[in-house]
Design a protein. Sequence first.
Length: 241
Amino acid sequence: MPRNLSDQDIADFRERLCDVAERLFADQGTEAVTIRQLAAALNVSPMTPYRYFKDKDAILAAVRARGFDRHAEALERAYAENSGDLEMRAMAVCEAYVRFALANPEAYKLMFDTSQLTEASYPDLVRAGARSRATMTRHLRDMIEAGRLNGDADLIGHMFWAAIHGPLMLHFSGMLSGGPDVRSLINALVAALDRAIFPKASLGERGVACVRALPARANPGDAQPADKDFIDGCMASPDIH
């Protein structure tokens, strides 16, 4: 008879199962992976995962929800650590988004898996997805309230989201081979949107140069928040034009 499981036992196994599922789903595709494969990778019986999840769809929902929560945490941290300057906060959130995706490609690709048609049936996935999306507009709403930006924060947020997400997915699918690298493409798109959307009091050429300089500061796979001291120094430097 299976032993009684504590809440910590359940949480620990679910986390281990999600780790394995994230890797296998991303590598093989969600349709190709079976519960039996997941169990074998964990060295447990084929029926053990069913003690923690109803079925494979529930496992995928849990993996995706975890990805959205971790993504939101990274952007929320960047938002909180750059409270002194609205433009610098916007740059830091953008950089945190890119760093998270590059450091967690398997989770990132599954977050936007369009094959899970039942996602509305999983409240935790709905909650995590909404939390993640909120991180992409909060800094823009702050700028609108402060009179530093005019327009619809939701629409502008989606424009920047598209400018970042598109190159990342091209990168992950290998479609940028022989063309611009993912960082250069994102920076060019973000800079073009910045010039088109933000008023003259915004980042301007100095800010655009800072955005371009940020990737050289850290390994693209580094998931740490953007370095505020570096951003401040970059904006103050007379060498940036």
